[in-house]
Design a protein around this ligand. Structure first.
Ligand code: SF4
Ligand code: SF4
Length: 335
């Protein structure tokens, strides 16, 4: 069912502007925004995706990826259709690069039904907004997140970070943890490969960090497009300076998908970039690299805190308060 959206302003009788994300689409009567799921009908901005769920699963939290937020837990994960970006390499293009056509496979859930499902599953910590870009179903995410807080559930947003400051500010109160893509440290890449911009994503990262929310950053390395060592090192340095040296960085190996046929990232390249990132950051993990260790070591005494074998996770070196069992260094922040 189409529902009135938030974050829009009329420009005249026929035209309005959506100010949810930095595209700030100006929409004439009957037209949809770049995300394909928000449209102008008789001077009102409507969303087509309120309660329109394309995928719903109980996932390991490590799959988001979040490695330092309730490690080893399960989280109810939901997504819809559409996206405000056009990444050539999108791994979820089947749901992200389409409009929310009525004939597409979907389930409809009210926010309360999502909450009840999350509460019923033993061991489930909360709800993750993921799979496609959750910003574009802002109203539904916001309503669920508010109810989730009242119910004592955790909330997670897996996002490209391309959102305007005011809507993000309103949401921050209700989201506990963020996994944010920093796709490259290069405006040209963002413009050509994703049809968006880097600067707003940097602002989003700083805003989340300043709000004291749990934040992990993901960089997918694509050969020839964003694997330049100088730019990569500058990105790691920026994360350390602006977000903190202990911000988690996931460096993921790319595989061909959607419009990009470039061969998969060489393993040696990921290993090399990991070494560079570790000069700036305390916690750097590789993704889509099943041969590599993704254990977490204590930054003070090097004791193994958490072991990970695929999604089998064990906090072997942590006490009940989230401190290193050997040196007592505080590791896990409870939210
Ligand atoms: S959310 Fe959609 S309609 Fe709104 S500005 Fe972004 S792309 Fe445009
Ligand atoms: S932001 Fe994510 S979901 Fe959207 S097109 Fe890019 S990779 Fe796909």
């Amino acid at each position: 069912m189409n529902t009135e959206a938030q974050w829009y302003f009329p420009l005249n009788d026929e035209t309005l502007q959506c100010r949810l994300c930095p595209h700030n689409c100006i929409l004439k009567e009957g037209k949809s925004g770049i995300c394909r799921v928000r449209f102008n009908q008789e001077g009102k901005l409507l969303t087509q995706v309120y309660g329109f769920v394309s995928a719903i699963n109980f996932d390991p939290i490590e799959k988001k990826p979040l490695y330092h937020f309730y490690p080893g837990s399960t989280i109810l994960s939901i997504g819809t259709y559409g996206c405000n970006l056009r990444c050539f390499f999108c791994q979820n293009c089947g749901i992200s690069q389409t409009a929310a056509e009525p004939e597409l496979p979907r389930s409809n859930y009210t926010p309360d039904q999502i909450i009840q499902m999350a509460l019923k599953r033993p061991g489930n910590i909360g709800i993750a907004f993921t799979y496609n870009e959750p910003v574009i179903w802002y109203e539904y995410m916001y309503d669920i997140a508010r109810l989730a807080k009242k119910a004592g559930l955790k909330t997670v947003m897996v996002t490209n970070g391309f959102v305007n400051k005011e809507p993000l500010e309103a949401l921050l109160e209700y989201i506990d943890a963020f996994s944010v893509d920093l796709k490259a440290f290069n405006e040209e890449f963002y413009a050509k490969v994703t049809s968006s911009q880097l600067e707003p994503v940097k602002q989003t990262l700083k805003q989340i960090s300043l709000a004291g929310k749990h934040l992990e950053v993901v960089n997918l390395v694509i050969p020839g497009l964003n694997d330049n060592e100088t730019a990569f090192s500058a990105m790691a340095k920026w994360i350390a300076t602006e977000l903190g040296r202990e911000t988690v960085l996931h460096i993921s190996r790319y595989f061909p998908n959607y419009k990009l046929t470039t061969e998969a990232t060489p393993v040696s390249s990921i290993r090399n970039l990991k070494r560079l990132a570790e000069k700036e950051l305390s916690y750097v993990y590789t993704g889509n690299m099943h041969t590599e260790s993704s254990d977490t070591h204590c930054i003070k005494c090097n004791n193994i805190l958490i072991t990970r074998h695929s999604y089998a996770v064990s906090a072997v070196g942590l006490d009940a308060e989230g401190k290193c069992k050997v040196c007592g260094n505080f590791f896990l922040k409870k939210t």
